[in-house]
Write a protein that binds this ligand. Structure first.
Ligand SMILES: Cc1cc2nc3c(=O)[nH]c(=O)nc-3n(C[C@H](O)[C@H](O)[C@H](O)COP(=O)(O)O)c2cc1C
Length: 162
């Protein structure tokens, strides 16, 4: 029996993931969106993979600018996650945000737990998404707790040993 979109979403929602913002730049235009997860692909060279909906404007910018940054959000960045997922507030996403450019030129989100600056290495169509593989050119890690997403809600990490 075919798996329904609701069943599929419900089953994948049972994975606890981090939350990241992927950003891109083409010329003077910057854009970005929230993604729940990405994959590590290769150690040498260091490659990561983010899956972008074919309808996402961020995908256009990644393909045009040939770079992206992946910013793993800190536990206190829920509002930023919601803002970068909201279509109605699309024009406000970078308002008041003090972004920096790293090696590739993609903007880095301040206050994130990790910033990965990536050059676009390849893209592959997969269903209604495009897999964007990036070679990591620069990494910054901050001392912060990560934001966690599980079954449609934000969480933080509680150690199981109390
Ligand atoms: C927790 C969370 C995870 C998401 N993960 C993805 C994802 O992996 N890929 C994707 O294309 N959209 C994802 N989205 C949806 C986009 O953030 C949303 O559609 C956004 O408005 C797209 O922006 P854009 O079209 O301006 O690029 C996610 C949203 C949330 C709240």
């Amino acid at each position: 029996m075919a798996v329904s979109p609701d069943e599929f979403k419900a089953s994948l929602g049972c994975r606890a993931t981090g939350v990241s913002i992927v950003t891109a730049r083409h010329g003077d235009v910057v854009h970005g969106m929230t993604v729940s997860d990405f994959a590590s692909v290769s150690l040498e060279p260091p490659l990561v993979l983010v899956s972008a909906a074919k309808t996402a404007r961020t995908l256009e910018l990644i393909e045009a600018g040939k770079c992206f940054s992946l910013n793993i959000l800190a536990a206190d960045q829920q509002d930023l996650s919601n803002l970068f997922a909201s279509k109605s507030k699309e024009s406000e996403r970078f308002a008041g945000l003090d972004t920096r450019e790293a090696v590739t030129g993609a903007p880095l989100i301040p206050g994130a737990k990790v910033n990965l600056d990536c050059a676009l290495a390849a893209t592959h169509e997969a269903g209604d998404h495009v897999l964007c593989i990036g070679q990591v050119e620069h990494v910054e890690i901050q001392d912060a707790e990560p934001l966690v997403y599980y079954q449609g809600r934000y969480r933080d990490l509680t150690p199981i040993d109390g």
